[in-house]
Design a protein around this ligand. Sequence first.
Ligand SMILES: *[C@@H]1O[C@H](CO)[C@@H](O)[C@H](O)[C@H]1NC(C)=O
Length: 380
Amino acid sequence: MNRQLSHLIAILTVMICAYCHPQCLDFRAPFQPASPLGFCSEYADYACCEFCNRVSLSDANYCYPDLKTNPVLSGETAAQTSAAPGCLCLQKINPRLKLAMPLWAGSPNDGSGRLFVMEQIGRIRIYNTRTQRWNFGCFLDLTLKARVLPVPTDERGAMSIAFHPNFANNGRFFVFYTAARGLFEPLPEELEGRPFFFEDKVIISEWRVSKLNPDVADIFSERKLITLYQPYLNHNGGLIMFGEDGYLYAFFGDGGGAGDPMKSSQDKTLLHGKVIRIDVDSDRSKPYTIPDDNPFVNETDTRPEIYALGMRNPWRCGMDRGARGTGNNRGRILCGDVGQYGQEEIDLLKPGVNYGWSAREGFQCYDQATCGNIGNSMSC
Ligand SMILES: *[C@@H]1O[C@H](CO)[C@@H](O)[C@H](O)[C@H]1NC(C)=O
């Protein structure tokens, strides 16, 4: 088949798919699949409501209601032609407010109905799902601290928030963002003398809500827990979240460049390319302490914060809410780990596991020299 024809077919496939299922919208041009996307035909008979009915969702949180009856929503989803009453899996909220690169949203589950939306440039805004309005000001404005260029290719900036499990009572929350390293800011010993500039740093800091106004953070409350200097602008990781165990998990990239030039993901003296797990409650006189059952607490030359290693750029993870009815698997954490050239990973997070990078990319050897050294959990 000649190239133009195959492109035409790819584009047609994409256009047709756009009407199959919202998920297919991820695959708009310029994405050019080598062969037609199998899952699109699988979704073809799933208009969204049928999808929800088919899997008999009893938990309303899995779906947003009123797709068919709300004129605004149905206007936004012109492809929904079925008459079935029901639900929508995606909802577009108030397009009047222009958000600058929103990349994280979450609720503290404090009963307020507030959805906190983080923009990459560093603003955190609040959308109230009850009143369906955006707050006028920001909850927190980090635009002067967070360093990012306003271009789609910059991986830096404000990344995520983790609300303390007891946020409703203590107003504590944690933020993951990247900032510029100061001109004379010294490097920690383990990074000194390495052939990189370390112009940027990832910061994880703790904040508090203002005592006067629950819709505003106390801008003087920042308390830094972790500063991780970055050899390149990309691969900063980006997520923090509380586990069901009450500990704070953070997900760091290998520091960037391509092919892990700092060889950080397998180096347990560094936090780059790792998942860490810390205790922010037991001893408040310290920024954090190490849970006794962290997998490497007894190893020498190993950062005790490390919970898992061998990550490349785990930018987003999610927590399983559990199977309907049984609650099975509730609390387990799954992470997308971005691949280099050939393989993308979805990793089920477990303590002490080495996910392979940069000895392996997915199940394949990436670095022949180290591929055989990292255990036999995966064949290569
Ligand atoms: C570390 O050592 C202590 C004391 O020997 C032991 O109780 C604990 O289980 C060890 N932890 C791990 C993760 O191996």
